[in-house]
Design a binder for this molecule. Structure first.
Ligand SMILES: Cc1cc2nc3c(=O)[nH]c(=O)nc-3n(C[C@H](O)[C@H](O)[C@H](O)COP(=O)(O)O)c2cc1C
Length: 477
């Protein structure tokens, strides 16, 4: 089978390819695959089976730049130090702040943690090799250096800092750092003797002169038994906060002064003291929206059913169990400017909750009588006094998605409805990606449906918050 070297193509062809790739958010290599598929009449791969398409935020006709504008991109370089294990936590801390994270690992880093772990946590491929034909087809090291808003190096080893200070580029990490035109944040981590060595002192001074930002190192116990001093990597939350300060200057907070109320997760409806009725909601979508709203400057209250997620930074979180508790917490949290109801609230609960654990009896299983739970979305949408000016509902459907969502939209009285397909094959319930349709009303009262291609839940959150910012005219109250 013949192979194609992009480097050898005419300059004009390369320029057109790059322009197309930039417009669609694909790599040049993927763009070539799409062109070849089109030319041979073979249908495009679906978003769910093509990794590059899965990573694209919107279909080409959608406004990709707006979404990426609210979802800053971090290229994270993991160096070969003992603190590399903390870098895995840092990926999560960056993502929960609504950043898109793409990792690079040095060879030494791979002695401590695996690219598989970093890739799984980032939800993105982890890059390791400068001479990777797959990504170098379109000068991948240059793309990795440029296609981001910030480069974070954590842990920044003595070796990586020496390379940076002296302009080396003999592996992917150092080549990306040398080719970068974006701000760089280092989180140094090393033994105190390495940190205090005159060579490291010189390199740190040079990097500071070069405009490189640093967070840490902290003082404390070292991983090596009995050693203490300066050299511990700053904690992941501290590094993530430093990254956030660099990526989101205070003035870029369009929701400052707005109160946003969000529900997330499932509700648990007790049957008896040990059993309950629940659903598969993970809460990830609601938590991502809370983080995105907070990042846009809003004062956010998140009311969550039982989930296994860390509370988003800077968000007031109230944990509840049942639908009735969730409604009470929502009513207490009012007034709000915007209410977004992503929680998968159980429609029913058991009419008579057993005061003791129900026992097996000779007579067989006694049927559970179910009664309807309060409808939180409809209740808040129809409030007379404290109705938030913008109420957004989520419709999770397993069949006839748009029709069912439209019917729900008409019934509930909310302003917008986000419909998502949660049928078993989609992996949406509990997964990291979502395919949504935004239902709004035109001036003529007609329901308008805008469909998006598959996105990460953070990207869905960024899109929704962006739409809200555009829809809320006038200064904050
Ligand atoms: C167990 C172990 C722990 C290490 N920890 C550190 C460290 O915390 N900081 C550091 O600068 N180097 C540390 N090193 C040395 C680096 O791994 C070594 O300098 C390596 O070449 C760094 O490569 P990189 O900068 O490409 O990641 C450690 C080495 C070993 C074997």
């Amino acid at each position: 089978m013949a192979s194609l070297t992009v480097r050898k193509l005419d300059d004009a062809v390369k320029a057109r390819l790059r322009a197309r790739a930039a417009a669609t958010g694909r790599s040049v290599e993927e763009e070539i695959r799409v062109i070849l598929r089109e030319a041979t009449g073979i249908p495009s791969a679906t978003a769910s089976d093509d990794p590059d398409l899965r990573n694209a935020a919107f279909s080409p006709t959608r406004n990709l730049s707006n979404v990426s504008g609210l979802l800053p991109k971090v290229t994270m370089i993991v160096g070969g130090g003992i603190a590399a294990y903390k870098a895995l936590d840092l990926i999560r801390r960056l993502r929960e702040r609504g950043f898109f994270v793409r990792c690079i690992m040095t060879n030494a880093a791979q002695q401590f943690v695996t690219p598989l772990s970093a890739g799984a946590l980032a939800n993105e491929r982890c890059y390791t090799d400068l001479f990777d034909p797959g990504s170098e087809c379109d000068a991948g090291h240059i793309r990795l250096a440029r296609d981001c808003d910030l480069i974070v190096v954590a842990p920044a080893t003595a070796d990586l800092m020496a390379k940076m200070a002296n302009g080396h580029a003999n592996d992917l990490a150092s080549a990306v750092l040398l080719a970068a035109d974006k701000p760089v944040l280092l989180a140094p981590a090393m033994n105190p003797l390495m940190w205090n060595n005159p060579a490291t002192r010189r390199n740190v001074a040079q990097l500071t002169r070069d405009g490189v930002a640093m967070v840490g190192p902290d003082t404390g116990e070292m991983a090596e038994a009995g050693e203490a001093g300066i050299g511990r990597m700053a904690e992941p939350v501290t590094i993530a906060a430093a990254a956030e300060r660099m990526l989101r200057p205070q003035q870029a907070q369009p929701l400052k002064g707005r109160r946003v109320l969000i529900t997330a997760g499932p509700t648990l409806e007790p049957i008896d003291p040990v059993r309950y009725i629940a659903n598969r909601s993970s809460g990830k979508q609601g938590f991502a929206i809370a983080a995105a709203a907070r990042a846009a400057g809003a004062e956010v209250t998140l009311i969550s059913g039982p989930v296994e997620l860390d509370d988003p930074a800077g968000v007031a979180v109230e944990h509840v169990e049942s639908a009735r508790e969730m409604l009470a917490a929502v009513e207490t949290a009012l007034p709000a400017d915007i209410a977004i109801f992503t929680a998968a609230v159980a429609d029913w609960r058991v009419a008579h909750e057993g005061p003791q654990k129900l026992k097996k009896t000779e007579a067989g299983v006694s049927p559970l009588q179910l009664i309807e739970n309060p409808d939180i979305l409809a209740t808040i949408s129809n409030l007379r006094d404290e109705r938030p000016p913008l109420v957004v509902g989520f419709a999770a459907e397993t069949e006839h998605l748009i029709d069912n969502a439209k019917a729900k939209f008409a019934r509930k009285g909310c302003d917008w409805m986000v419909a998502n397909d949660v049928s078993p094959g989609t992996g949406v319930m509990g997964g990291d990606r979502n395919t949504v349709h935004l239902l709004t009303r035109g001036e003529d009262g007609e329901i308008r449906t805008e469909s998006f291609s598959v996105m990460t839940k953070e990207q869905v959150a960024a899109m929704l918050i962006e739409r809200i910012i555009l829809a809320l005219p006038g200064p904050a109250a």
